[in-house]
Design a protein around this ligand. Structure first.
Ligand code: IMP
Length: 430
């Protein structure tokens, strides 16, 4: 049986929610392996809208096991809120349907405060984070001073972990002009929330390996996008986790050999939220039109997304670093009605043509896009369910994208509705 990893192949917001939901219907287990509640996945099922940011998308479907892996950073208060919201929409969530890895690091209120305080103070190269404490929580993980899920079960361990974290945080807060942490209040908050998290705690690595051996289908649900990867993204304007497909293994405790198919989600144009380089960004009417037609506002922060033409150079790069076997191409309908479409096929750096985005920040800033133009189409592609429903120019656009990124289309999505999908290759096929 196949296990599938889904990753965003741009800067996030590629339309993963719908594709993951579509795939999760065929999966037995759906696992998140990185990020936290900085993600925003919107699912539309039978006309009802579900907004998820921490929980795996499979949670809204009955009979599935949803898993939060150790690669995630978990805000327990947000967890409780998101569960309550979904229950209010009639979703059943129990320890049988949701498991959280015992070794998952927690996001504490001090992480959010630090994230926001830093962003407010940094005058040089502000990141434009979601302000949810993601970066500081990952810093504490690698700094070996996290409070992890399992620590909530034992009072002495919990105090030890908190004290270890506070040695670092109090020093940092002094420097930022923040009050020292109220240790007793933090411990009281953690004691209060502990049972609501511990009821879902499990040795996720073990459960997943057993499921795999039993021939169950596992879907690994990535959040954000590969260009926000801490190693391969547009550093430092990135998130603080590895986003690329390899993280599915380390972020859950399953061997890399258990991954059979990597599906990259790719939007028919490019967007990014927050600061950082974006060579194909548009500041004109075309950019505005993409944003309006594509409803490009952040699910988590409500921020307006920056928009630009499709950048084949970047997607070729992310398909390579994630080992993408096929892409799900989304939001093609947003391009309906453009007379001419542009695709970024290379960069000009001081007169030299580059076929990849260089790492050095100054070079990235000097890269100007080299565009190829293609004729657009006037017909609507919204809701197309077969190639025959698409205008010839739209098919040519898709074929050219495949060529340029060196990766085939496995799925084509033509509206937020699940049925409006053209299936070329089933990622779960044996
Ligand atoms: P952080 O993950 O909150 O630290 O934010 C770091 C960067 O990642 C910022 O540019 C955010 O806008 C971006 N980011 C984080 N999560 C998402 C997401 O789910 N979609 C798009 N961008 C994101």
């Amino acid at each position: 049986m196949a296990n599938v990893v889904v990753v965003g192949a741009q800067w996030g917001d590629e339309g993963k929610g719908k594709i993951v939901d579509w795939l999760s219907e065929r999966a037995d287990v759906i696992a998140r392996f990185q990020g936290g509640h900085n993600a925003g996945h919107t699912l539309v099922i039978d006309g009802e809208v579900f907004k998820l940011s921490l929980l795996p998308s499979g949670i809204v479907r009955g009979g599935k096991l949803s898993v939060i892996g150790n690669g995630v950073v978990l805000d327990p208060w947000h967890l409780v809120k998101e569960i309550a919201g979904l229950r209010g929409q009639g979703v059943t969530i129990t320890p049988e349907t949701l498991m959280i890895a015992e070794n998952t690091p927690l996001i504490l209120p001090i992480h959010g405060e630090l994230d926001r305080a830093r962003e407010a103070q940094i005058s040089v190269a502000k990141i434009g984070t979601t302000g949810r404490g993601i970066g500081p929580a990952y810093e504490d993980k690698v700094g070996r001073r996290s409070v992890r899920v399992a620590d909530l079960a034992d009072e002495a361990t919990l105090e030890l972990r908190v004290d270890r974290a506070l040695v670092h945080h109090d020093a940092l807060r002094r420097g930022l002009g923040l009050d020292p942490v109220d240790r007793e209040a933090l411990l009281a908050q953690l004691r209060e929330i502990a049972p609501s998290v511990l009821e879902y705690a499990a040795p996720v690595w073990k459960v997943l390996n057993e499921k795999r051996k039993a021939g169950k289908r596992i879907l690994f649900e990535g959040a954000q996008g590969a260009l926000l990867d801490i190693d391969f993204g547009t550093y430092p304007f990135v998130t603080s986790s590895n986003v690329i497909a390899g993280q599915a293994a380390t972020g859950t405790g399953i061997g890399p050999g258990s991954i059979d198919f990597v599906l990259g989600i790719v939007k028919a144009y490019t967007t990014r939220v927050g600061e950082g380089p974006f060579p194909a960004e548009l500041h004109d009417g075309d950019g505005q039109r993409l944003g309006e037609r594509g409803h490009e506002f952040g699910t988590v922060t409500g921020r307006k997304r920056r928009c630009g033409w499709f950048d084949a150079v970047l997607v070729r790069q992310t398909c390579a670093t994630s080992g993408v076997n096929g892409i799900a191409f989304t939001k093609l309908d947003v391009l309906d009605g453009f007379e001419t479409l542009k695709i970024c096929v290379g960069y000009d750096l001081d007169g030299t043509r580059l076929e990849y985005l260089p790492t050095a920040a100054d070079q990235q800033a000097r890269c100007t896009p080299i565009y190829e133009e293609m004729p657009g189409w006037s017909e609507s592609t919204e809701g197309a369910r077969s190639w025959a429903d698409l205008p010839a120019e739209a098919i040519k656009y898709v074929r050219r994208v495949e060529e340029l990124i060196d990766c085939p289309v496995a799925l084509l999505s033509t509206s937020p509705e699940r049925e409006d999908t053209i299936l070329v290759t089933d990622p779960f096929a044996d």
